[in-house]
Design a binder for this molecule. Structure first.
Ligand code: NAD
Ligand code: DAU
Length: 332
């Protein structure tokens, strides 16, 4: 493998993956990204031009996708509409990008016999009770609950069908909640960090008892690299780092780390249909591919992330006011 195409490369996880894969391999990377509100070209600054190219375009643009897929050995597909709250306001772009966009890409990959890795989410499995001893595994039943997770589930099904019906050389990964540098300020952890930096109180939906299974974005990147290199075609791998935390505990940790009282947050209107808990069992990935997460200490990873937002205000500041105006309109 010499050349790869990364869709959604200007987004949070896509850009972190590109930095990771360029540092750890000699691959040539082309990023294809529409630069929606969620994409930021600044996240790709400083990459060596002899090994990196950026193309602004839509994954639903079939002629463009066909041309770009023809020239590479593998496609790693991150591009998506990714935010649950937005999917509840306007589901249409989620159907277009997550379903039609994925369809467009796998048609091109089928035509050119290109290796394909599809990035998906643990949300396709719905949610768990707080006390449920089971975690999600590769054989959990699909039960998506939001327009976002429903379109991601549909995209997974398309990839699985293309493997079975057309022999597409594809793998799928479903990962838990990522945190780390370059995440848009609409998402939970960056929203609260930047609120605190601005002298505003963090906002917790509902009672704050919902649980997410946090993984540092660099560990997601190393897992995807392992699957791309050694994953078995047709297989799904769940990616997680045993990082379950309630939202309330995460906000309290952030407030303490940033020198505030751990009670200095507000409870706001809950998200409609809010999934209660996600939890990943990543045994298959660990046993089969020997993957281990590097960021075992959540508090230390969180402190690094706080520092990154403190040091990179120029990156996030342009999005902050518009994001908070949008949330105010939703009662959040
Ligand atoms: P993001 O919203 O930060 O980035 C998405 C990127 O896709 C943006 O750069 C955007 O411009 C681009 N994009 C959107 N529509 C496009 C289109 N039609 N054509 C081309 N580019 C388009 O998302 P993220 O958090 O980096 O998520 C990346 C992937 O990982 C998604 O598939 C998401 O479902 C999955 N995922 C995310 C998480 C998480 O915690 N953020 C966890 C598991 C899986
Ligand atoms: O599980 C993987 C998923 O994680 C990915 O597929 C999604 O792309 C990604 O956005 C994320 O989805 P969540 O809905 O879990 O992430 P979000 O950052 O929006 O919210 C995390 C939790 O925090 C969730 O329980 C809602 C809550 N929340 C969120 C915001 C923005 C708050 O309490 N307050 C907030 O201000």
């Amino acid at each position: 493998m010499q050349r790869i195409l990364v869709t959604g490369g200007a987004g949070f996880i896509g850009c972190n993956f590109i930095h990771y894969i360029m540092e750890h391999t000699g691959l040539h990377v082309t990023a294809l990204d529409k630069l929606t509100y969620a994409g930021n070209i600044e996240s790709l600054a400083g990459l060596p031009p002899e090994r990196f190219e950026f193309v602004q375009g839509d994954i639903c643009d079939a002629p463009l996708v066909d041309r770009m897929t023809a020239g590479v050995d593998a496609v790693v597909h991150f591009a998506a509409e990714s935010h649950n709250d937005n999917s509840l306001q306007d589901p249409r772009p989620f159907v277009d990008t997550n379903l039609v966009g994925t369809f467009t890409l796998i048609e091109a990959a089928r035509k050119h016999s290109t290796r394909f890795h599809h990035i998906s989410t643990d949300e396709v499995y719905g949610d768990l009770a707080l006390e449920d001893p089971q975690r999600f595994t590769e054989s959990s039943v699909y039960r998506p609950t939001s327009p976002y997770s429903a379109t991601k589930a549909g995209s997974d099904m398309l990839v699985r069908a293309w493997v079975r019906s057309f022999g597409l050389q594809a793998t799928i990964s479903n990962c838990s909640n990522n945190y780390g540098p370059y995440q848009h300020v609409e998402k939970f952890i960056p929203r609260q960090i930047t609120n605190i930096l601005d002298g505003n109180r963090p906002r917790l939906y509902g009672n704050g008892h919902n649980v997410r299974d946090w993984i540092h974005v660099e560990d997601h990147s190393s897992a995807v690299a392992a699957i791309l290199e050694r994953g078995r075609i047709g297989e799904t791998y769940l990616i997680g780092a045993d990082g379950e935390q309630s939202n309330r505990v995460v906000v309290e940790k952030l407030l303490r780390q940033m020198g505030q009282s751990p009670e200095a947050y507000d409870l706001v209107t809950d998200r409609p249909g809010h999934d209660l808990r996600y939890a990943i069992d990543s045994s298959k990935l660990r046993k089969e591919l020997g993957w281990v997460p590097r960021f075992a200490d959540f508090d230390a990873g969180l402190a690094d992330t706080v520092r990154w937002y403190q040091d990179n205000e120029a990156w996030w500041r342009p999005q902050k006011a518009a994001t908070e105006t949008k949330y105010a309109g939703q009662g959040h």
